[in-house]
Design a protein around this ligand. Sequence first.
Ligand code: NAI
Length: 245
Amino acid sequence: MSHTDAKVIAITGASSGIGQATAELLARHRARIVLGARREDRLAALAQRLSQEGARVAWRATDVTRRQDLEGLVALATERFGRLDVLINNAGIGPISPLDDLRVDEWDAMIDINLRGVLYGIAAALPVFRSQQSGHFVNVASTAVHRITPAQGVYAATKTGVRVLSEALRQEAGDSLRVTVISPGFTNTEFAHDITNPETKAQIAMGKATMAIGPEAIAEAITYAIEQPAHVDVGEIIVRPTAQA
Ligand code: NAI
């Protein structure tokens, strides 16, 4: 029996990419999975597939910019499975562009989803974790936190915010809650679809085509952090292509 066995794990942004790959891997590790994302058709299809493979799965349409949606996702976990052991704050977007473009609506969206969405996840799950006297936040940041590059300023700022919040939360959490940051590099997902600046989009597409790793590599890192014994807190894992500068 692994430490992941029967854990109740909620994942935001579970309809594609890293979130979906993580749901699939954790289901194989016999966790009970609570899927959240906006695209209901995809969530329903993923939940059905995982259930057919023997997993226990629940899902709920969840927009992380809406605090009540995160509260609903956490409530679904506790109502269906009696508890919540892990919240994976994975949902995120990266419509990156140079600041001169003034794509202010995209800046706002990144702040709302990448940063505010993680805060809403914390607000929803923290009281449950406190009452259980156990719980684990896994927050997805980025290698953009560690290496600042042109066009990634706002994105990197939101992900740096996630990392800073996670460390504050870890320090406040005491000896019963765990906090992990996962920082992926170039990963082959739908992530670049949001980019509207043509030059930036082409650059990212080139990086993706030449070196991106599969989302399964990130799912493995998340699973590693979760399956450690309760007294072992994995602080941060950076996973990137070997070829990434
Ligand atoms: P993806 O685009 O395949 O998945 C992102 C997921 O978040 C999707 O399911 C999307 O529908 C969901 N999402 C977007 N806005 C949402 C909202 N308001 N409410 C709920 N869900 C929402 O991309 P990927 O790569 O799987 O992204 C997952 C995380 O990994 C993100 O936080 C991203 O910033 C991070 N990341 C990705 C990298 C990459 O190269 N793919 C590199 C570094 C970090």
